[in-house]
Design a protein. Structure first.
Length: 107
């Protein structure tokens, strides 16, 4: 039960990061949400840190790619027809790795 709540939270926070990214002209707010969310949630669920990173990081590329397929354009377009949004997995991996490391080092 606890694991599913954490994983659902990861998906919701990934969607929040995507919404922020869609409506912002800067990437920093979305990246901050991704890094902090992935770090905290991976620290709470270190055995599934990789899954937390995937769920949090997937929000931005899913929104950008799906919205473009449906004919919606972001206010501030992403380079490369939205494929550059896949870079959201990098801060998610860094955050989840940091959360996992803190939890493992803490014992």
């Amino acid at each position: 039960m606890r694991d599913s709540v954490i994983l659902a939270s990861a998906a919701i926070l990934g969607a929040l990061a995507a919404w922020v990214d869609w409506h912002s002209d800067e990437v920093q707010p979305a990246v901050a949400i991704i890094v902090v969310s992935a770090g905290v949630l991976a620290g709470l669920l270190p055995k599934r840190a990789w899954l937390v990173a995937l769920l949090v990081g997937a929000g931005v590329p899913i929104l950008h790619l799906l919205a473009r397929k449906l004919g919606f354009e972001p206010r501030y377009p992403v380079a490369g027809n939205g494929w550059a949004s896949l870079l959201a997995f990098a801060p998610a991996a860094v955050g989840a790795g940091g959360g996992w490391l803190v939890r493992v080092m803490k014992g």
